[in-house]
Design a protein around this ligand. Sequence first.
Ligand code: SF4
Length: 374
Amino acid sequence: MDLASLYRRALAFDALTAEEGVFLYENAPLPMLMYVANELRKVQVPHGKVTWIIDRNMNTTNVCVANCKFCNFYRIPGHPEAYITDLPTYRRKIEETFRYGGEQLLLQGGHHPELGLDYYANLFKELKNEFPDLKLHALGPPEIAHICRVSGVTPKEALQTLKAAGMDSMPGPGAEILDDRVRRLISKGKCGAQEWLDIMHEAHKLGLTTSATMMFGHVETIQERFEHLVKLRDVQARKPDTSKGFVAFIPWTFQDVDTLLQRIRGTKNLTTSAEYIRMIALSRIMLPNVKNIQASWLTVGKKTAQLCLHAGANDFGSIMIEENVVSAAGAPHRFTAQGIQEAIREAGFEPQLRNQQYEFRKLPERMEEQVITY
Ligand code: SF4
């Protein structure tokens, strides 16, 4: 293996192996990786703008039996702080989201042992009946796997029913690292790696747009990170031509504050800014069939995320009117609609509001600026 031929193959959109990715990770100078990834971005996203979205991250319930060791958000069934979000709360928060210029709920929650397919299908129908313009970017492979177990249905049946009830797209939570050794250590109550990938493939066959993620910087090896990327690329290669499949890839770093993983295993997030930028560039290089790469400002902060825009990333994600899961483990960063656009301009790019399908949206004429009250 030599660096020059790997750069050439990457620039030709060749699918590099996990071992070739590891070789680049360990040997390539960061400026060179940034250059290659930036060239690929220019071809894959020729408009050159940096996109962002206004959405609201709402949680269906904080009750969860999965017991992930990096999660401070969940409560066990019967806990005094356990909740299931009720309709008046959805109404209030959806109306607020529209006032802020958003049109979408990113709707996720715990693995509640009593909430199955009927519950979520009825919820989606109710929300769509009341708010026909609302987009539901909802659930994720681990929740679908859990719903299938509660209700005794297949992923295909669950996804078909949920799509018919109003689910517009599915985010990619719970991927962490798609390797069962890692998952046994950090999230063994969740679906396995293959099940996660199979559910995504099923969603793609049904025409549901999804996104892929990676949470890194905990107990995984570098080889496992790159195998994760190759597995995502393979699923994307199998999507029907009529489906967008994974519309984006979003890598973020493990947030360790007060997590069981930190308290019991002593696992800390030691990812530096340079390493995050390196992983963004290598994500662009390893995933030539995924168009949009998002920098996770929520976990790495504004300055690092801005540098990622010169390392292959073309999307700044959401202003996140509400976010409770990653923030509960220490992610300290916040943006308003104004702030995210200024940050993109500061980095030398033109900001462009988008929807979940990565289509451009006009900035709403009336848009209340979000007041951050965390
Ligand atoms: S990350 Fe999700 S699945 Fe895991 S414990 Fe937290 S709420 Fe449950």
